[in-house]
Write a protein that binds this ligand. Structure first.
Ligand code: NOJ
Length: 566
């Protein structure tokens, strides 16, 4: 008995030290670190189906909630849609050549659920043409020694499931998603070894069901996001168990989830209230999903805050749903690796939101977000470049979740709409500084195995349409063939990859110069693009029309001559 007690205390101590050693008060902003990543570190780039494929109604594909959402007026910047986007569906062979050119080790992409199951349900109809597309893509990646990292759900739910069941508000989605995932394991799992169940569930829940900025565009303030997240977490766990029980021993792959989180830094690191507010910011963002998956339940702070606020609002129960004891143990530990998407940082301080202003996920957190006006913000209005925040976030994950295996699944920066300059200095700087902070984090002991630049190509940036370009490659969306042009950052990223890091100051400093040389010629090609488009129009429309007219005129003239003869 005595012995057991000691073991318990020891286990508790281990637990506490594994989750509690993040030091909020120590923010080392150390100088640039010259050194290399561990051998075998994987470098890649990412995309997602709706943002890139186009071909929205081709070869039997069903409608997704994003097809329905973008086809409504007033939802997306300039009413743009992903109907054709980058035409990735047709051009994937060219795109793999671009990846080869950069010497990528992996490519992260997503499967469109309605391309494979047009009505969302496995029992109804499997679209073999959709299957063929993904089979060809996977095979060609492997032929070129590029590892596929496959996301099962990057936001494009089959529209039928939204209409019939209310999408992620409905717990039946757990089984439908599991059927879809199981089919993908069956068909692709002999070749795909890295699976991501959900991409950025925070966004699915908050932007899809709370603010309504994203499909399906619902505004169920204070409840919709929590319900959606609850079902998503259950669906993730179920898919992990399916893989574990039915496929793992044969296929020997890994199943993870990709969570996106900004870093939240206390405004004043010597002020306990600011530290607590920053912690809440992260717990409501990352912890909301990561804590159930790693530890079995929602973060205590979320339960406390949402519970208390629900009480003040006169509700009988918390707006945050509750996992049963069985569910907790079923969900706990369902992660072979953590995918982490990260773009930016905020300063955070405490701010009281009185319950009289109404329910909302944002008010539940009782905090205010601030930015430093000196931080560079080259593109999207929310995206400030704060590289040290990345190292802080990675160390926080290490401390909170007992140092899990991590793949960085998204990191990158956009540019403003009118910028057609392919010499993207700010992106080179962003990649340089963020990957350097990643390297420092690995030296700190964080277990990161790979890095994925977001994104391979400029693509459809959700409610922002085509106005925010994250790509390493510029896509000319106005041109019929959607040509791709390398930005300078392609060359720069290639240098990081081929050196597996940053060998020495002299060499690293030469990279930008070399990259700039390549982009000036690409700039000229891009400038000539309207001319090429014009010439294409001449060959495709004007020449055939003139020829047809000539033939008709000659025929008329011939008839006229023949008539006169007889
Ligand atoms: C995260 C999303 O997963 C991705 O689809 C999006 O393009 C980037 N953030 C940039 O906003």
């Amino acid at each position: 008995m005595m012995k057991l007690g000691c073991v318990h205390v020891f286990a508790l101590m281990l637990c506490v030290s594994a989750t509690d050693d993040f030091d909020w008060t120590k923010n080392d902003k150390t100088p640039f670190y010259y050194g290399t990543f561990p051998t075998g570190f994987s470098w890649g780039a990412g995309s997602s189906a709706y943002q890139t494929e186009g071909a929205w109604n081709v070869d039997g594909k069903g409608m997704s909630i994003w097809d329905a959402f973008t086809h409504k007026k007033g939802k997306i910047f300039q009413n743009e849609t992903g109907d054709s986007s980058c035409d990735g569906f047709y051009k994937f062979k060219d795109d793999i050549n671009l990846m080869k050119e950069m010497k990528l080790n992996h490519y992260r992409f997503s499967l469109s659920w309605p391309r494979i199951l047009p009505t969302g349900l496995k029992g109804e109809y499997i679209n073999e043409k959709g299957m063929k597309y993904y089979n060809d893509l996977i095979n060609m990646l492997l032929d070129n020694k590029i590892t596929p990292i496959v996301t099962l759900y990057h936001w494009d739910l089959p529209q039928v499931l939204q209409e019939k069941y209310g999408g992620w508000q409905n717990v039946s989605m757990v089984n439908h998603f599991n059927d879809f995932a199981n089919l993908c394991f069956e068909r692709f799992g002999n070749r795909v070894k890295y699976w991501i169940t959900f991409n950025n569930p925070w966004s699915i829940a908050v932007e899809g069901y709370e603010t309504g900025k994203h499909a399906p565009g619902l505004r169920m303030k204070g409840t919709g996001a929590y319900t959606a997240a609850h079902n998503i977490i259950k669906a993730h766990a179920k898919v992990w168990h399916t893989y574990d029980m039915q496929w793992r021993s044969k296929q020997k792959g890994l199943v993870g989830i990709s969570l996106t989180a900004d870093w939240g830094e206390p405004v004043d690191i010597s002020n306990q209230r600011d530290i607590e507010a920053a912690d809440r910011y992260i717990q409501f963002y990352l912890g909301w999903f990561a804590t159930p998956i790693f530890n079995g339940d929602y973060p205590q702070i979320m339960k406390d805050y949402i519970g208390r606020k629900s009480g003040q609002q006169g509700l009988g129960a918390s707006r945050l749903p509750v996992f049963s004891v069985q569910e907790k143990s079923y969900i706990k530990g369902t992660c072979d690796f953590l995918g982490l998407g990260h773009f930016t940082t905020r300063y955070v301080t405490h701010k009281n939101y009185p319950s009289s202003i109404g329910d909302s996920y944002f008010a539940d957190r009782d905090l205010a977000e601030l930015v430093d006006p000196r931080w560079p913000d080259p593109g999207s209005e929310w995206l400030y470049s704060v590289p040290w925040g990345f190292r802080r976030l990675l160390n926080f994950v290490k401390a909170q979740y007992a140092n899990p295996m991590i793949y960085v699944t998204e990191n990158g920066v956009s540019e403003k709409i009118l910028c057609t300059d392919l010499c993207d200095d700010w992106r080179m700087q962003y990649f340089k500084d963020y990957t350097n902070e990643l390297l420092k984090a690995i030296k700190d002991g964080v277990n990161v195995k790979g890095y994925t630049a977001w994104s391979l190509l400029d693509n459809f940036e959700w409610d922002e349409g085509y106005s925010e370009r994250f790509g390493l490659y510029y896509v000319d969306f106005k041109s019929k063939n959607k040509p791709r042009y390398p930005k300078a950052s392609v060359q720069y990223y290639k240098c990081i990859i081929s050196s597996n890091g940053f060998p020495n100051q002299r060499e690293v400093e030469s990279w930008k110069r070399t990259a700039r040389e390549t982009c000036s010629s690409s700039n000229q090609l891009l400038a000539a693009d309207p001319l090429i488009g014009h010439m294409e129009m001449v060959t495709e429309i004007v020449v055939p029309t003139v020829c047809t007219l000539c033939i008709i005129l000659s025929a008329v003239f011939l008839m006229f001559l023949l008539r006169r003869r007889f």
